[in-house]
Design a binder for this molecule. Structure first.
Ligand code: CA
Length: 227
């Protein structure tokens, strides 16, 4: 886990960095808000700990500008006691959580753990088979064996979701057509074929060993070798 820490008080920054490193996080530290924003926009971090009062740009500005630029890295904002407006502003600006100074190290670590979880697809939301994991909400397909992922279109995702939900079961084109398009006619069967071929390409792209087998005249099923 790689964290970005933006904090201008040297002693605070050093103490936080040390604490996080002891917990196994890889930490980069910046003292100015503008430098922190540049680092954040590089997209290489799993989470950000962002002080509000900073030289260059305030933490609230850093959060707001990064969100405007499409950066979705989870942000934990640090505010001084009584800076209630900053908390509200920070959350409005796109921070995910805040912590009021002074805080216990334990508290910070708990928040950071929660923050990093937020950035990852939640395991319970995934449908898995063999080396495949589908996050239907994020329209993303992962291969746990290769570490590769790929974005799916809405329909590709629904096709795969249906196959994964009924794995090891033969699904007819009719079943897929009704489930995904809501109709059962020849035109929809052609779409099923087209989308099955799209999904196969995505499976190949991520390097998965799971295959969609066509069973002549009967339909499709997922197959993979058991480990
Ligand atoms: Ca500060």
């Amino acid at each position: 886990m790689k964290l970005l820490l933006v904090e201008d008080e040297p002693r605070m920054a050093e103490a936080l960095r040390e604490l996080l490193r002891q917990e196994g996080y890889d930490v980069d530290c910046f003292f100015r808000g503008d430098d922190g924003l540049d680092a954040l926009c590089s997209g290489q971090y799993d989470g950000v700990i962002l002080d509000v009062m900073l030289p260059g740009l305030s933490g609230v500005e850093v959060a707001a500008r990064s969100r405007q630029r499409g950066v979705r890295t989870p942000i934990l904002m640090l505010t001084a006691k009584g800076e209630l407006d900053d908390k509200v502003l920070g959350l409005d600006a796109g921070a995910d959580d805040y912590l009021t100074k002074p805080f216990q190290p334990r508290e910070l670590l708990a928040r950071v753990r929660a923050l990093c979880r937020r950035g990852k697809p939640v395991v319970e939301d995934r449908l898995c088979a063999g080396d495949l994991a589908l996050d239907a909400r994020a329209l993303t397909l992962y291969c746990t064996a290769t570490g590769q992922s790929v974005h799916l279109s809405e329909k590709e995702c629904r096709v795969l979701e249906y196959l994964l939900s009924n794995r090891k079961q033969l699904l007819s084109k009719e079943q897929l057509a009704v489930k995904i398009w809501g109709y059962d006619n020849d035109a929809e069967y052609n779409k099923v074929e087209v989308y099955i071929s799209f999904v196969r390409k995505k499976l190949a792209f991520v390097g998965s060993r799971v295959e969609i087998k066509a069973v002549r005249g009967a339909g499709y099923e997922l197959r993979w070798e058991c480990e």
